[in-house]
Design a protein around this ligand. Structure first.
Ligand SMILES: NC(=O)c1ccc[n+]([C@@H]2O[C@H](COP(=O)([O-])OP(=O)(O)OC[C@H]3O[C@@H](n4cnc5c(N)ncnc54)[C@H](O)[C@@H]3O)[C@@H](O)[C@H]2O)c1
Length: 253
């Protein structure tokens, strides 16, 4: 069954990156208006030409309250409603022993992976409450369930996102706002190489560590995540809330 989101507005953060851009394209194909937020939006030029006013591209630093609020104001002026918020933006951590992790590194990772999810959710909820419905989707990581050494700050930040997903799911259920989370496994995007320790051979790590760690035998593609997000945002998932869905080729088993 084809999923259609005609007349709905979806906000996708991290929209200039691998999974975010795939999600932008998938949601546009399904008929939604899409607001695409990222600090790096160059990769969205071709989609903007193709979809014109159906796609609003906003340069936004999601760690800054004022930047998030300005983006939501612009989205409201363009589309007048917010039905779906997909928090895809994130940064990796180069594998680092805990005693070498600086406070600055820890705070930078939490700032985008956790604080930004709070800021965008807080901005979206008033619209969703007014409309009496909504879907918030967070992207965490399978590393929360199956950690790798040295990703201490990253895993803790994504664990907080999983907890926030459940906290908001129970809080917002009376308003028919569903909140769910996807845990990607090792995925074929630029970020994957950024998890390797400084000086490591990135290509060999991708092949010998990451791909081999997936029982289904392949890296996850950005489109696999986009498909899960589309389903979870749609009415097909109407009774799904507080769920954490692993799209990981079995890595979490
Ligand atoms: N690639 C993987 O193997 C993998 C595995 C598990 C989870 N994830 C998670 O999936 C999500 C998407 O990752 P991806 O693989 O597409 O990575 P990516 O690096 O291609 O995309 C991430 C995007 O987030 C944006 N971003 C970073 N900081 C920002 C900020 N302050 N404001 C606005 N945008 C900002 C970046 O500019 C980038 O475009 C992330 O949350 C990541 O943690 C990735």
């Amino acid at each position: 069954m084809e999923i259609r989101l005609d007349g709905k507005t979806a906000i996708i953060t991290g929209a200039g990156g691998g999974m975010g851009k795939a999600a932008v394209e998938r949601f546009l194909e399904s008929g939604a208006n899409v607001a695409a937020l990222d600090i790096r939006t160059e990769s969205l030029g071709e989609l903007k030409k193709r979809y014109q006013e159906k796609l609003l591209v906003i340069d936004s630093n999601l760690t800054e309250q004022a930047s998030v609020e300005a983006a939501f104001k612009e989205i409201n002026e363009a589309y007048g409603r917010i039905d779906i918020l997909a928090n895809v933006a994130g940064i990796a951590q180069s594998a680092t022993d805990i005693e070498e992790v600086s406070l600055e590194m820890w705070e930078r990772i939490f700032s985008i992976n956790t604080k930004a999810v709070f800021l965008t959710s807080r901005a979206a909820v008033p619209y969703m409450k007014r409309q009496g419905s909504g879907a918030i989707l967070n992207v965490a990581s399978i590393s929360v369930e199956r950690p790798r050494p040295g990703l201490n700050a990253y895993i803790a930040s994504k664990g907080a996102t999983v907890s926030l997903t459940k906290a908001l799911a129970i809080e917002l259920a009376p308003h028919h706002i569903r909140v769910n989370c996807v845990n990607p496994g090792p995925s074929d995007t630029q970020m994957l190489g950024e998890f390797t320790a400084a000086g490591a051979d990135v290509e060999s790590m991708k092949e010998n560590t990451f791909r081999k760690s997936v029982p289904l035998g392949d890296l996850i593609q950005p489109q696999d995540i986009a498909n899960a997000l589309l389903y979870m945002s749609s009415d097909l998932a109407r009774m799904m809330t507080g769920s954490v869905v692993n799209v990981d080729g079995g890595r979490g088993i």
